[in-house]
Design a protein around this ligand. Sequence first.
Ligand code: PLP
Length: 447
Amino acid sequence: MTDLASNPVRVEQLIQLHGSPVNVLTSNPMRATICDLKTVAAEANLPLQIHLARKANKCVEFVRAGIPNSIGFDVASESELRQTLGEFEGSLDEPFEDSILCTAAIKPDGLIRLCVTENVTLVIDNADELATLREVLACIEQPAPVARIAFRLQPCRQKFPALATRFGTPASELVRLAKTVLDDQRIEVVGVHFHVQRSHEQFAPQFTRSLIEDALETVDRLRETGHSIAWLDMGGGFPINYLRDESQWRRFLALAQPDPASNGEFAIDREMTWSQRPLIDVDPAWQPWNAVHWFREVLTPTLVSEITRRELTLKCEPGRALLDGCGMTIAEVQFVKNGSDDELLVGLMMNSSQCRTTRDDFLVDPIVIGKSNSPDPAANDNNDDETTGFFVGGYCTESEVLMQRRFRFPHGISRGDLVLIPNTAAYQMHFAESQAHQMPLAANVFF
Ligand SMILES: Cc1ncc(COP(=O)(O)O)c(C=O)c1O
């Protein structure tokens, strides 16, 4: 990313060739992370299977890069599944058992049917989903294939009071469900799964160890009912570092979030966001570990022996961490003007759906490549004075602010400048992408 940022000619070529915005991607960092995570597990003597959570980025190139590196995939829709099956079909590498897990939050009949017929493991979230699976199985012609399923565990509320989640089913209810499946020749329970979205504090390795220990108890209880559970899936949520150092993150928290000590009032006069919006729901942008170090901290010898003495394989499904460093989004400045309140507005040739998740903001600062860096002297008519302002985009609403934060441009910003938003491959570039106003989707270019 820094190489590209320091090559304005190349950046300009990308925009000329592919339009604005353009997503620039590479799967090399993903390969390196896979290798490092595998090394951590191998050093601990722990059987590990890594699955890329495809929902983090729609590009099939990541599947293509993952298959020869012996990873599996977590799919969340029929399209993701069909595409992944197609890639395995066209590959010389044999998939391992349960290499595709379907964790879709809503599973239409067609998706369930496809999973069953293609021997893809369904992660069953609740009793109704199991009932739908049974109905689908009843409609499949004889000889009906066996549906391989894992149960999605809802972490115990008493043990994890701060972890409210809409997903999964409590252990005791799963045990009841598992008993109802025992006599059903068409369903085989092969795994236990959990995935939680962590707050900043919940990234502590101890927290994940406790979640795994809780899930191991559930494995024991399900085995007692007679099911031969082969694996435990700890989901994704591996941390990544978007920022260079902790002080940036602490400073953001102090400025952007209401101070509990002063009754929810903001500690500081906040000029930093659009319409003084509070940014409460943000991804933890700084972590004391990267994903690999964190995984090593999670896997204490005691925890590893608890997993291996049960002869379980540990599965994980990172999305964000595998895509760390795998992509950035580049857009061209189309105009710079003042709004009616005299705020400086920088119009980027993109819309807000092209760098957005369901969070309040993305805490990475864009990099501006000035036209003045361009070798073309005719372009060199910029105002280079320091200024501050907001990025606005192509949707026709007053709220179409691309990032909620005010940015300071130490060398000014002008029409024709190019703006690079780093590290957008995980979720940012695709998760909320829409074609409102019939605007085309951004091109995805792989290096
Ligand atoms: C079931 C499941 N597994 C894995 C992931 C990937 O999470 P992350 O990208 O935080 O690693 C998600 C993300 O929403 C998920 O829902």
